[in-house]
Design a protein around this ligand. Structure first.
Ligand SMILES: NC(=O)c1ccc[n+]([C@@H]2O[C@H](COP(=O)([O-])OP(=O)(O)OC[C@H]3O[C@@H](n4cnc5c(N)ncnc54)[C@H](OP(=O)(O)O)[C@@H]3O)[C@@H](O)[C@H]2O)c1
Length: 322
């Protein structure tokens, strides 16, 4: 244990960091050890990692000194911020800055920063197709992460460009819903473009591949996905995989989606519109072959669906939206 390289994982009780922690813990001879960072070491998800052999350390992304202590002696840091807890691009950037500063102070050899692209680079500032949000962002949770890349310039970092989690189908209630006529439907402003998706668990598994590959990935940007599919293609796979039909895709306009008013509707409307209008760039930024090389267990949508049928099926029932 003592000679293992410690990976300090922010978000260890969440989807991305949890996937990485589980991947390391499942490979006891891999040469790496988990330091799971959480604001609350007593919570079930932290305790579950401790039971599997992780060291659990308390720290807060808003408190740089707590991060410096949590990163001390670590070989690597997995850096992820959670936009959806506060919906603030500025806060997300401040937290990323704290992580980078603490990693530098601790002399960490390898950071993986979980990032996304700056969607503003796709459009001229006077492009009217989508509104600016939080004054200066097109898709705040993308643009803020991309801006935060600059904080890591003096730290040995791999920039991991992630993809839409298929787990959103049950985590965020995005699964097709059963209507009164017995058919299932879902709506996105995705037109007939392909959306790069991934099993959330595979992000962490791929990050483990990056840590194992080591220094050759420092300074690199690695875009990952499990599969790119149109919503119609996903609908056909859901019909087959879950044994429900028909699943109808309603290709709404982005303005309509943004007008629905649920928390984050404007943010997600802009995000799907960026995924649709700039599909070529979004797909070019993600490399399936490299993701498979780093993570031989990488799942396709069908594989993910088969493994998560018991979670996705209940999410198709109208009650699940309540
Ligand atoms: N959903 C998607 O399709 C998707 C796709 C690509 C990227 N992303 C990005 O993924 C990020 C979220 O990652 P996730 O899905 O892995 O998160 P998650 O499952 O929602 O869990 C959030 C994690 O963040 C930690 N955390 C939040 N605030 C913290 C703070 N102040 N100090 C310390 N830890 C803190 C939580 O730890 P404790 O509560 O234990 O302290 C928890 O482990 C978002 O920024 C999102 O933009 C999402």
């Amino acid at each position: 244990m003592a000679d293992k390289k410690i990976i300090a994982i922010t978000g260890a009780t969440g989807a991305q960091g949890g996937g990485l922690a589980r991947a390391i813990l499942a490979d006891p001879n891999g040469g790496f050890a988990v330091r799971a960072i959480t604001r609350d070491p007593s919570k079930d998800k932290a305790q579950a990692l401790a039971a599997k052999g992780a060291e659990v350390v308390k720290a807060d992304l808003d408190d740089v000194e707590s991060l410096k202590k949590a990163f001390a002696g670590a070989h690597g840091v997995y850096a992820v911020t959670n936009f959806w807890e506060h919906f603030s691009a500025e806060k997300e950037k401040a937290q990323a800055k704290n992580i980078a500063e603490a990693a530098k102070a601790a002399g960490v050899a390898h950071v993986i920063w979980s990032t996304l692209e700056d969607t503003r680079s796709f459009m001229a500032p006077d492009d009217k197709r989508m509104p600016f949000l939080q004054e200066k962002y097109r898709v705040p949770h993308f643009d803020a992460k991309a801006e935060a890349n600059a904080f890591f310039k003096d730290v040995p970092t791999t920039f991991l460009v992630t993809s839409f989690y298929w787990d959103n189908l049950f985590m965020f209630g995005l699964a097709p819903k059963k209507g009164e006529d017995g058919s299932y439907s879902w709506a996105f402003p995705m037109g007939n473009e392909k959306l790069a998706g991934i099993a959330a668990e595979d992000i962490g598994r791929t990050a483990y591949g990056v840590f194992k590959a080591g220094q050759s990935y420092v300074g690199k940007t690695v875009g990952i996905m499990g599969e790119a599919l149109t919503i119609d293609e996903m609908s056909r796979k859901i019909e087959k995989g879950l044994g429900i039909s028909p699943v109808k895709y309603n290709a709404v306009e982005a303005d309509v989606y943004r007008s629905w008013g649920f928390p984050g509707a404007d943010e997600m409307g802009n995000m799907f519109q960026a995924d649709r209008d700039f599909a070529k760039q979004m797909l070019a930024n993600r490399n399936l072959d490299e993701a498979k090389k780093l993570n031989p267990q990488l799942q396709s949508f069908d594989q993910w669906l088969a493994a998560n049928k018991d979670k996705v099926l209940p999410a198709t029932q109208p009650a699940a939206t309540a």
